[in-house]
Design a protein around this ligand. Structure first.
Ligand SMILES: [Zn+2]
Ligand SMILES: [Zn+2]
Length: 418
């Protein structure tokens, strides 16, 4: 808790810290620790909430967008921008307009964690709408989906050749840098396990964002002793219980965890066991399904969240059973202005399309549907899924009762959403 207070504070504190630090840089001198202590007393008296985002700021800002059941994060410092994933197709237009609203004209980096549509679709929208210097992504391991073809086409049209960075490669981003921390190698059968993950660093602060990294991938990173320790951790795979192992969470030892998922989603994300482990770590919880966009600002010493941590530890399944589905923002706009903004967005057709996740509108039939099981990865697919071809014969079996498949501990493939 002590560390938490020291490094992660909340609300408008940062702007006062920043102001004081700027004064110090301008000739007041003094060591960092004293400045922090001085800041505290001023901070505590400071009641006004400054905007958490300014283009003149030297701070590193990470915005976890509210893209329903998917992931997307926008990173900014000085005049540099990076997008990490872009959410699913229903949110593509929203992500593009969000970036434009923030004043993004050119992105220094677009990072694609992997090629599942809940991460890739919005990226394609963004690549088509904005300029981008460099795309970082896993190699093409037989991704033959429509959205992957659109991604390749968008890159080609912009003259971008995506880089496939390897574990340990580092890149500079304004006054920050980021290092590739996953996967150990691009050699997994499951596309989620190949998720390209980065650890973003500014001064003493760090953020870990690894897409849909799975437990097998997490295990390999732990085995390779990859330095994962980070202040803020974007929960792997939307808080799935097939990721975010206790061991992994302990290695990251985050002070705050951000879960990006759709409220009451049919996958049950975030899982109750993962939420419990986050609680056990004593980390603050933030979740896009209940809080909308989550904004974290680092001055290199402290990370300030614009939101209060969520005290709601209900799993996706619990929320779904309670009938809570749809967007948090739609249900409870935080301020009147925001409510009005949402109305405006909706009127302009820019707001996120809600509730229409594939799984919600699909009827599961009466058990006639055949599913292909991978007994090795414990995933199941539709027979038409491109992932089925790469399942080794000895690991392949087929069943028809979806409920029973789930009961046996199989997870639905995120590509075909069986
Ligand atoms: Zn995902
Ligand atoms: Zn995925």
């Amino acid at each position: 808790m002590q560390l938490q207070r020291k490094k992660i504070s909340r609300l408008g504190i940062l702007w006062f810290s920043f102001l004081l630090m700027s004064l110090a840089v301008c000739g007041c001198g003094g060591n960092g620790q004293t400045q922090q202590q001085e800041n505290k007393s001023v901070e505590e008296e400071a009641g006004t909430k400054e905007p958490a985002f300014s283009t003149e700021s030297e701070a590193l800002t990470v915005l976890f967008l509210d893209v329903g059941q998917g992931s997307s994060a926008l990173v900014h410092q000085k005049d540099s921008w990076m997008l990490i994933d872009g959410g699913d197709r229903e949110y593509s237009a929203y992500v593009v307009s969000f970036l434009k609203q923030q004043g993004v004209k050119r992105l220094d980096y677009v990072v694609v964690s992997h090629y599942d549509s809940d991460h890739l679709s919005g990226v394609v929208g963004v690549l088509n709408a904005l300029e981008c210097d460099q795309v970082l992504a896993p190699p093409d391991l037989g991704s033959d989906t429509k959205i992957f073809a659109s991604f390749e086409k968008a890159c080609e049209e912009k003259g971008i050749v995506p880089l496939n960075p390897k574990l340990g490669e580092t890149f500079s981003f304004a006054d920050s840098s980021f290092r590739v921390v996953s996967p150990a190698a691009y050699e997994y059968e499951d596309s989620n396990s190949n998720s390209l993950g980065i650890r973003l660093e500014y001064g003493d602060n760090s953020f870990l964002i690894c897409g849909d990294c799975t437990e097998e991938s997490e295990q390999d990173l732990l085995y390779q002793k990859v330095d994962l320790k980070s202040d803020v951790f974007a929960a792997n795979h939307h808080g799935s219980r097939y990721s975010n192992s206790e061991e992994f969470l302990q290695a990251v030892a985050p002070e705050a965890v951000v879960v990006s998922c759709g409220i009451g989603n049919s996958y049950g994300h975030p899982d109750a066991s993962v939420l419990l482990n986050i609680q056990k770590l004593g980390a603050d919880l933030y979740r896009t399904d209940l809080q909308g966009v989550i904004t974290a600002v680092s001055d290199g010493t402290q990370i300030t969240f614009e939101q209060e941590p969520s005290m709601d530890y209900r799993s996706g399944t619990e929320l779904r059973e309670a009938g809570e589905t749809g967007s948090a923002k739609e249900q409870t706009p935080e301020t009147e202005a925001e409510g009005a903004e949402n109305e405006e967005q909706k009127a302009n057709g820019q707001g996120p399309e809600l509730e229409l996740y594939d799984d919600d509108v699909r009827s599961y039939g009466s058990g006639e549907q055949e599913y292909v099981l991978n007994t090795n990865t414990k995933k199941f697919h539709l027979p038409t899924c491109s992932g089925v071809q790469s399942i080794k014969e000895e690991n392949r079996s087929s069943q028809t009762d979806r409920a029973s498949i789930l009961q046996q501990g199989y997870a639905p493939c995120q590509r075909c959403n069986p």
